[in-house]
Design a protein around this ligand. Sequence first.
Ligand SMILES: [Ca+2]
Ligand SMILES: [Ca+2]
Length: 490
Amino acid sequence: MKRFKKAIAVMLSMILLFAFEMTANASENTEATSNQAIKVESDIQLTTVNEDVIKRLTRADKPDSVTSSVYVMQENLNFKTPETTSLKRESISSLKASPMAASATASSATYSGTITQEGGTQFLYPIYLQPGELLQSQLDGPFSAQLDYDLYLYEFDMTTGDINPNAIDASTYGTYFNNYEQGAASLPENVGTRNAAGYEKAYAIAVHAKKGSSINDPFYLTVDTSSSYDAYEPDESAFHAYNFTFSTGGSSLNSRSIHSGIDNDWYQVTIPASRNYDALNVKLDSVSDGYGYKAEVYGALTGNQMVLLPQTNHNVSLNTGTYYVRVYTTNQFSADHSYALTLKPVLRAGKVVITGYDSSKNGPNDYPTYSYGRHYRVNGSSSFTVKGVVTTTDNYPVANAPVDVTWLNQNWTESSGNRTRTGTAYTDQNGVFSVTVSLPPSTGSIAEYLSGAISFTHYFDLSGVAAQVRGTSNIATDVVYHFAYSIYGG
Ligand SMILES: [Ca+2]
Ligand SMILES: [Ca+2]
């Protein structure tokens, strides 16, 4: 008799599971889940992964995907015959220093110019830099996909009036139009240097028409000198990106500032083939957000064309490879404000486990062993809470994962309105979810006689629970006794 009941139990369980997958999982591939064992308990060892803070940055060695003539200067610029003797000074100054930054000496100017033939160069010099000062320059435009201009930085010999032909910095992206909030544009070219000598030095900036030229499409050259900046400057282009290594729980950096309107800080991230995430959450602190700072992620195509990757709620989908994160401002800047840049992997849900239940009538510990096995028991017309955890395959908790919970009592017909109950919850930072539904009465389809000093007969149904991570094949199922009533003797 007992063996028979067990067989029925197994069969019912299978039926329940099958019904579930028809109900809760109709659109998903159920093959992987149909063999899932029914079990209540699970001992998941969660790895505690707190966000860590990066204390020190290391300069990326020559980046793999961005190849640059910074390292091998091969452009043969003609130093003797600049196209025109002067560039036109513009008064385009949409960026403003935060009031807090007013203490440091800083100056900024924007010039415009054109280049009449491919291979031509426009120079701006001399630019003087006092000991310890930082020089930054940005080239915007020309705003044409057919043109490709680059930016070079040289030392200028004040005694001879000659430019030292070995560039000390260069920015040589290929033209690629991205959609920015401010409009479509190719990533600007940025260079920078710090005067580490104990005396005044002079510099020259060159705009070089690498591909095409136009007398109608001007370029804009902004030059900025500052005496107050963070210790990692200059790092004005992806060619000088610092390595940013993040842990599974995310990593943040808060030791840097955007000290000028054209300050660009660059980080390199490497996405390995073996990983438990498909996207990266890229975020700045709220003060930086308020200043108009942006943290953008770029991929590099051939020819150093920099492609801005789309963000959804600060999440950027990434494949295996190398990417570049750019921090800059679109409005205010301040040498006194350290921005917090946080990179956090959006972990991939690998499994879901039901860890326990609760009910207003039964509490969390009501696990009778009827002849169908030891299962949680929930009374009819009671609240019913399903608790669980979503992790990666390597047991890291997955936060913000949507979990759909379905409860099914197949003794009720569809038209009764009592057959299913559903609820949804998002996992918390520990990957934990909790879904509460209100259950209908039990039909009491099963009677089990419990002999003892005082004998009872319990009436209940077998019901089932499924918890599924939405949009995935990760599903956990279980059997729960749906209790009706008990009578003395029987
Ligand atoms: Ca370029
Ligand atoms: Ca910088």
